[in-house]
Design a protein around this ligand. Structure first.
Ligand code: CA
Length: 256
């Protein structure tokens, strides 16, 4: 296992950022599931400085229990953990919770990143990461949630063929059957459905749906589209809702 004790750089966020976001996200609870004490301490210190409350678990099993029982607003989840690995924790959280999950992965574990997304993580960040990048990712994932909550207040149901996209309940139904989507999957479907027929590049979807302008891997979009198709489509290989325009990007079928 790789140690990050020395390679782990962090920086403090500026006063300006604190003023900008401080009040809005106050008292949001972030669960840190990580077995390296020094990383936990750095994360805790910086998250508290930003006004977040933190919970910590040093192994996978207690991480899973806390994710389900303490109702955090976001989970930071390491991959290599004692007792239960991060993938298993992620999959088990997703059986009953849609809490945003940000996986902490090592740079060389490209395969792991994609697998984490397949299992229902919303995002990942590669170690060693700067504290500024981490905080930006956390804010992006929490901000999406807040925006959804605001949108839900003026919610409506968008009908697309036999799908109904319910803005109040963050739910997609086919006829009367609820299709279980993570928050990010739901946002992707909603965004594309609200712009039916319009083609978006993977880069622009990263920016519009994930909220990144400068970082992020476009494969995140591919993996999420594939996962959404598996849930939404009757025949995933022969998609009817979210279509691919080769070499350009994705769009929601304007004919349904
Ligand atoms: Ca670890």
């Amino acid at each position: 296992m790789v140690k990050y004790a020395t390679g782990y750089c962090y920086e403090f966020v500026t006063e300006l950022e604190n003023k900008h976001f401080g009040g809005v996200f106050l008292n949001q609870k972030i669960l840190i599931v990580e077995d390296e004490r020094n990383i936990v301490d750095i994360l805790k210190f910086n998250l508290k400085k930003e006004g977040y409350m933190t919970l910590e678990a040093m192994d996978g099993e207690s991480g899973l229990n806390m994710a389900l029982n303490e109702k955090p607003d976001l989970v930071l989840l390491d991959l290599m953990l004692p007792k239960m690995d991060g993938f298993t924790v992620c999959r088990k959280i997703r059986e009953s919770s849609q809490v945003p999950i940000v996986m902490l992965t090592a740079k060389e574990e490209e395969v792991d990143k994609v697998l984490g997304l397949e299992l229902g993580a919303d995002d990942y960040i590669t170690k060693p990461f700067s504290q500024r990048e981490l905080i930006a990712r956390i804010k992006s994932n929490l901000r999406r949630l807040t925006m959804n909550e605001n949108a839900a207040r003026n919610g409506s149901v968008l009908k697309c063929g036999d799908l109904a996209i319910d803005m109040d309940r963050y739910e997609v139904k086919r006829k009367d059957e609820v299709i279980e989507l993570t928050l990010r999957e739901f946002e992707l479907v909603r965004f594309l459905a609200m712009h039916k027929g319009q083609i978006f590049s993977r880069e622009s979807l990263l920016e519009k749906v994930w909220g990144y302008e400068y970082y992020g891997d476009v494969r995140t979009v591919d993996v999420t589209v594939r996962r959404v198709r598996e849930k939404l489509e009757i025949e995933p290989a022969n998609a009817r809702y979210i279509l691919t325009k080769r070499g350009v990007g994705y769009y929601f079928n304007g004919e349904v």
